[in-house]
Design a protein around this ligand. Structure first.
Ligand code: AMP
Length: 587
C-alpha cells in the first residue's frame, strides 16, 4: 500500500482552481462573502430554489443545459435552467392548489428521474420542506420516516406506491395527498392518488418565490443512530451557501462544466451535491437513471465528456474488481477531477484512480448533520492516500478527547485517536433533530459539535479516519441503524432476541450480520434462516436487510440486560474483548 503523497499538475488549461493556496484560502475565506457571491445580497432573505435557478435565469443563462437524464436505452433527456425553473414554479402552484400550507413537508420516493428535480425545486420555491426518501427502502423504514417527518404530500411512482406505500397508507393519517409519476404504460391510477403530470399541465408558470430566510427549514434528511428511531435532520435554506462554496472549493466545479454525482437522491449527498451545490455553480449535471454497471459507467464518463466526477468507495472498489483494463478501453479527454465520499476510501483506491484515469480520487468527509463537505483533499494540493484531507476554509475541525471533569480537550499529537469535533456556526449546520431536542443538545459539548467519528489528525492538519464512535453500520455508503434492523427481525415469529453488527466486506466496506436467538420450539436450520432473511428483505428492502444470519444460544448481555454488540463484534473479528466487567454472568 502506498501512502506516499501524490503531487498535482497545474490547473487545467484556461481554468484556475478555486483553491490554489490552502493556507491563504483559510486566512481569507469568510461565509458572509460566500453568501454575497451566491445571492448578491447581505440581508437574511434566501431561498434555495431562487438562489440556484433565479440567479442563472436572471443573468441570461436560462438556456444552458442544467441536467441530462440518461435511461436504460441510452435515451437522453436534456433540461435547461429555464425549463427547470418553469417546472419548479408549476409544482409550487400545484402545492398551493392542493391547499398545502407553507412549511409542510413534501417527500419524494423516486429514482433519478426528471420529476425529482421539478418536485424538489418546486417544494423549495414554495417554502415547503423537501424530504427525499431512499427508494430501496421497504415499507417498514418508509412508514417510520413518513410518520416521524409528518409528511403531508408524497410524490412517488406507480410501482413504488403499489409495492411499498399502499399497504401502510392507513397508518399515515397526516399523509393527505399522494402524487403519482406514471409508469410508461398508462393504466388506471391506484385509488386515492393523483396524477402529477396532469396537475403540472394545468398549473401556472408564474410564481412568486416564498419569502424564506436563512434559518427557515428547507430540507429534512433521515440518518441513523444506534438506538431509537431514525434521526430527522433538518437543514436550513442557508445550507445552499456552503453547498455552493464547497462545490467550488472542493469539487472545483466551474460554470458550464459537465459533472456527475452518482449518489442516490435518497441520501444527503444526492441532494446537496447531486442537485443543489452543482446547480448553484451553473454546472451541467449528468443523471444516470440506472444502477451501477462498470461498462456503462465508463461509457458515460467518456461519451458525456464528464469533467468532474463525485462518487463513493463501494463503487470505486467494484470498478477496481472489474479491472483497470476495462477503464483503459476508453479515453476520458474531459475528465480532470475525481472525488469520493461516504465511507473510508482506502489508499489503494486513491492510487487506482491514477492507474485507471491518470489522477487520484480525492476523499471528502462530511455527514448529514454537517450539510456540506467539512474535510477534503483539494484539486490543487497534494493528496495523502488514505487520508480524508484537511478542514475546508471557514471550518475549524479538530480531534478531541474527554478530559478531566468530562470537558473536551483538543488533541495535538498526531498519533492519538479522538472524536472529530467542529466549531458550530457554518451555514449548512443542521438546525435540529426532529422532535428530539435532547439529542440535538447532546451533540454539542463545550462549544464543539461532536460528529461521532474517530480519527487522528497529523501535524499538517490531515485527518485519518479510524472508525465510528458508536454501533452504526456503514454499508455501501448507507448509514444503517442496528436498532432498526433488529426491530424488523423481532417481528418474525421465530425470533426471541437479536443483535446486529457490521462485519468487514471487501466491496461494501461493511455488511450487516444478525445474531438470532430463537424462541423455544424453533429449530436452527437453513430453511428457517432463509425464511427470516426473506422476511427482513420484504420489510426493510434488500439494501439494508442483513446479508447473513447466525443462530446463537445466548447473546452476550450486560447485567442490565443490554445486548453487547461491541463484544459480538470483537468475537466475530477475533479482536480483544475489552472490558467485560458489565457482562452478565461474570463475577
Ligand atoms: P451520512 O450522514 O449518511 O452521510 O453518513 C456520515 C458518516 O459516513 C460519517 O459520520 C462517517 O462515519 C462516514 N463517512 C463519510 N465520509 C467519510 C469518509 N470520507 N471517510 C470515512 N467515513 C466517512
Amino acid at each position: 500500500m502506498s501512502t506516499q503523497a501524490i503531487q498535482k499538475a497545474g490547473a487545467p488549461d484556461g481554468l484556475g482552481h478555486y483553491l490554489t493556496n490552502y493556507d491563504e484560502a483559510r486566512r481569507t475565506f469568510d461565509w458572509a462573502a460566500a453568501r454575497r457571491a451566491l445571492t448578491g445580497r447581505s440581508d437574511a432573505r434566501l431561498n434555495i430554489a431562487s438562489a440556484i435557478l433565479g440567479r442563472h435565469v436572471a443573468a441570461g443563462r436560462g438556456e444552458r443545459r442544467a441536467a441530462r437524464f440518461i435511461d436504460r436505452h441510452w435515451h437522453r433527456i436534456d433540461v435547461t435552467y429555464a425549463e427547470l425553473q418553469r417546472g419548479a414554479r408549476r409544482f409550487a402552484n400545484v402545492l398551493r392548489s392542493l391547499g398545502v400550507e407553507r412549511g409542510a413537508t413534501v417527500a419524494t420516493l423516486l429514482g433519478r428521474v426528471p420529476e425529482l428535480f421539478t418536485v424538489a425545486l418546486g417544494t423549495l420555491e414554495a417554502g415547503n420542506v423537501l424530504c427525499a426518501l431512499f427508494s430501496a427502502f421497504g415499507p417498514e423504514p418508509l412508514k417510520t420516516r413518513l410518520q416521524l417527518g409528518h409528511v403531508r404530500v408524497l410524490v412517488t411512482t406507480e410501482a413504488f406506491y403499489r409495492r411499498k406505500v399502499a399497504g401502510i397508507r392507513e397508518s399515515l393519517p397526516e399523509l393527505r395527498q399522494v402524487l403519482i409519476v406514471r409508469d410508461e404504460e398508462p393504466r388506471e391510477l391506484p385509488p386515492d392518488t393523483l396524477d402529477l403530470a396532469a396537475l403540472l399541465r394545468v398549473a401556472a408558470e408564474t410564481h412568486e418565490t416564498a419569502p424564506t430566510c436563512d434559518t427557515d427549514v428547507a430540507l429534512l434528511h433521515f440518518t441513523s443512530g444506534t438506538t431509537g428511531n431514525p434521526k430527522g435532520v433538518t437543514l436550513p435554506h442557508a445550507a445552499v451557501i456552503a453547498q455552493y462554496a464547497t462545490s467550488q472549493l472542493v469539487l472545483d466545479l466551474h460554470p458550464g462544466e459537465t459533472y456527475w454525482c452518482t449518489a442516490d437522491p435518497g441520501w444527503v449527498t444526492g441532494i446537496a451535491y447531486g442537485l443543489i451545490g452543482p446547480l448553484a455553480c451553473g454546472a451541467s449535471l449528468i443523471v444516470d437513471r440506472e444502477e451501477f454497471d462498470p461498462a456503462r459507467w465508463y461509457r458515460i464518463l467518456a461519451e458525456e465528456r464528464v469533467d468532474v466526477w463525485y462518487t463513493a468507495p463501494t463503487a470505486i472498489r467494484m470498478l477496481m474488481k472489474a479491472g483497470s483494463a476495462l477503464a483503459r478501453e476508453r479515453q476520458y479527454p474531459a475528465l480532470r477531477h475525481l472525488a469520493s465520499v461516504g465511507e473510508p476510501l482506502n489508499a489503494e483506491a486513491v492510487t487506482w484512480g491514477v492507474a485507471a484515469f491518470g489522477m487520484p480520487f480525492h476523499d471528502t468527509w462530511w455527514q448529514t448533520e454537517t450539510g456540506s463537505i467539512m474535510i477534503a483533499n483539494f484539486a490543487a494540493c497534494e493528496v495523502l492516500p488514505g487520508s480524508m484531507g484537511r478542514a475546508i476554509p471557514g471550518i475549524e475541525a479538530r480531534v478531541v478527547r474527554r478530559g478531566a471533569g468530562g470537558h473536551l480537550e483538543v488533541i495535538d499529537t498526531a498519533d492519538e485517536v479522538g472524536e472529530i469535533a467542529l466549531r458550530p456556526g457554518w451555514p449548512s449546520m443542521f438546525s435540529s433533530y426532529l422532535e428530539n431536542p435532547e439529542r440535538y443538545q447532546a451533540a454539542f459539548v463545550d462549544g464543539w459539535y461532536l460528529a461521532g467519528d474517530l480519527a487522528r489528525r497529523d501535524a499538517q492538519g490531515y485527518f485519518w479516519f479510524v472508525g465510528r464512535a458508536d454501533d452504526v453500520i456503514k454499508s455501501a455508503g448507507h448509514l444503517i441503524s442496528p436498532f432498526e434492523i433488529e426491530s424488523a427481525l423481532m417481528t418474525h415469529p421465530a425470533v426471541a432476541q437479536v443483535a446486529v453488527i457490521g462485519v468487514p466486506d471487501p466491496i461494501a466496506g461493511q455488511a450487516v450480520k444478525a445474531f438470532v436467538e430463537l424462541r423455544t420450539g424453533f429449530a436452527a436450520n437453513d430453511d428457517l434462516r432463509s425464511q427470516i432473511l426473506g422476511h427482513a428483505r420484504r420489510l426493510l428492502g434488500a439494501a439494508v436487510a442483513p446479508r447473513e444470519i447466525a443462530f446463537s444460544d445466548g447473546l452476550p448481555r450486560t447485567r442490565s440486560g443490554k445486548i453487547m454488540r461491541r463484544l459480538l463484534r470483537a468475537r466475530e473479528l477475533g479482536l480483544p474483548e475489552g472490558d467485560l466487567s458489565t457482562l452478565e454472568g461474570t463475577e
